[in-house]
Design a protein around this ligand. Structure first.
Ligand code: FAD
Length: 426
């Protein structure tokens, strides 16, 4: 079912440019070969627009396919569009100098922004090559995440350049109905993007900070009482959170998972390791907050597995946050094994809470907390053959650690469709 949903979702890649392509082919009188190369340019443009559309991350769509799939398609469209734009550029010709210039600049700028974004915003390279990960962390002292977001937004300028490029080309601008559709696509996408940035936040959930307490030296627990209970909230969900009216904190949106499934007061467990999270100690009680979401598919995934299949919740550091809310919801009803890897003994700030879940579970819940990552020998000792054969595994933590644990579980014999994960960077 999940695969089917993904397939339907990916099919928008073909469906989205189709009306533009059909109208162009019906109207255009150019030689077929030239029409083909113009079509490649058109599809590339439509994919850039679709990519912008996906970046608004609609909550309803996220609930169906999940944010990683949405961002995965967003990134793939960027790459595929560059490939098509390259072939289009290499095989098309035109007498309109300004149009050619805009097309060329647009292409090179898109290529540069793509390379930058693959390195700084996607985990495609940095999550797999340790050296690149270290280089990225070092470069992020200057190219902070928010700087990268702004560089990424240059894609909107590139879209404007390509839009003008098309309008200057007699080869396409002579077809009135085609140009109407072309402009309609552009306008609809840019209007949706502008609505998401400036209008939609007014409708998001709001609340006030009721507690902001340290958990050891490097983490905090922040609770926010919502103005209206959020009845869509489910265990394992996360929000994009922004604090308001506090110049020291700024108005950036950051994703954090809820630590329990309380629909009136949401609580976040936040590891303070970067520019933004380190400033969170300065958020006083009473500060207003705005929350986009809730997002997440962990609870619906739990429900998809057999009721007697053991749940294995494997958290690394602050990755315990969404798993804790799953444990709160399921510790008395399902066989549950919580595995929590922490850096140091005193980072296990939820030891007592997990112990409460264990003792209330009538033997259903087992908890293991250890310093350092779970290696093969630990997991083979902790997981029964039945758990490996039937269990549903949920892994949350930093990207490289999640990937390594996923591959470890695969080697132990856990099938890919029973491994679900959330990575703490995007
Ligand atoms: C779905 C999801 C749930 C998460 N849940 C938790 C949680 O419960 N507790 C917790 O401690 N952390 C959680 N994180 C991670 C948390 O969002 C980042 O650690 C935090 O935003 C980093 O901010 P920083 O400026 O302090 O760190 P930096 O050192 O500046 O950034 C570290 C990395 O975090 C990522 N990042 C930075 N800013 C953003 C942003 N605005 N949006 C998205 N990614 C960003 C970038 O990949 C960057 O490389 C979650 C992340 C995701 C994707």
């Amino acid at each position: 079912m999940t695969q089917l949903r993904r397939l339907v979702f990916w099919s928008v890649t073909v469906l989205f440019p189709l009306p533009l392509v059909i109208v162009y082919w019906v109207l255009a009188r150019e030689p077929e070969q030239l029409k083909f190369f113009v079509t490649l340019g058109l599809v590339a443009y439509a994919w850039w627009l679709l990519s912008v559309l996906l970046s608004v991350r609609p909550v309803w769509l996220e609930r169906v396919v999940g944010l990683p799939v949405i961002y995965g398609l967003h990134g793939m469209l960027g790459v595929l569009a560059i490939v098509l734009a390259f072939v289009h550029r290499d095989n098309s010709y035109s007498g309109e100098q300004l149009a050619v210039l805009l097309g060329d600049w647009g292409f090179y700028a898109a290529l540069a922004v793509l390379c930058y974004s693959v390195f700084f915003l996607s985990g495609w390279l940095v999550d797999r090559v340790r050296l690149l990960h270290t280089v990225k962390r070092w470069l992020e002292k200057v190219f902070r995440h928010q700087v990268s977001v702004w560089v990424h937004r240059l894609n909107l300028v590139i879209i404007a350049m390509i839009w003008l490029h098309a309008h200057l080309l007699v080869r396409v601008n002579q077809y009135f109905w085609f140009m109407m559709l072309f402009d309609l696509y552009t306008l609809a996408v840019l209007a949706t993007y502008a609505w998401k940035k400036w209008v939609a936040p007014d409708g998001y959930a709001t609340g006030a900070v009721t507690a902001n307490t340290p958990l050891g030296e490097s983490s905090r627990r922040i609770s926010i009482r919502l103005d209206q209970p959020e009845n869509r909230l489910r265990p394992g969900d996360f929000f994009f959170l922004r604090f308001e009216g506090s110049p020291a904190i700024g108005r950036e949106w950051h994703p954090f998972s809820v630590t329990d499934a309380n629909q009136e007061t949401v609580t976040f467990t936040i590891r303070q390791h970067g520019n933004y999270t380190r400033r969170l100690a300065g958020v006083p009680v009473g500060t207003r907050a705005r929350l986009e979401g809730p997002f997440g598919r962990f609870e619906s995934t739990v429900q998809r597995h057999d009721a007697d299949a053991p749940l294995v919740l494997l958290g690394m550091g602050a990755g315990i946050a969404p798993l804790l809310s799953l444990a709160a919801a399921h510790h008395t009803t399902r066989p549950l094994r919580v595995l929590w890897a922490v850096r140091e003994t005193d980072h296990a700030y939820y030891r007592d809470l997990l112990e409460q879940y264990r003792s209330a579970s009538d033997g259903k819940t087992h908890v293991t907390i250890q310093v350092g990552r779970f290696r093969r020998e630990h997991l083979t000792g902790l997981l029964t053959p039945e758990t490996i054969a039937k269990g549903a595994f949920f892994i949350v933590g930093p990207n490289p650690a999640v990937l390594a644990t996923q591959s470890l579980l695969r080697h132990l014999g856990v099938s890919q469709r029973r491994i679900h994960q959330e990575r703490l960077t995007m």
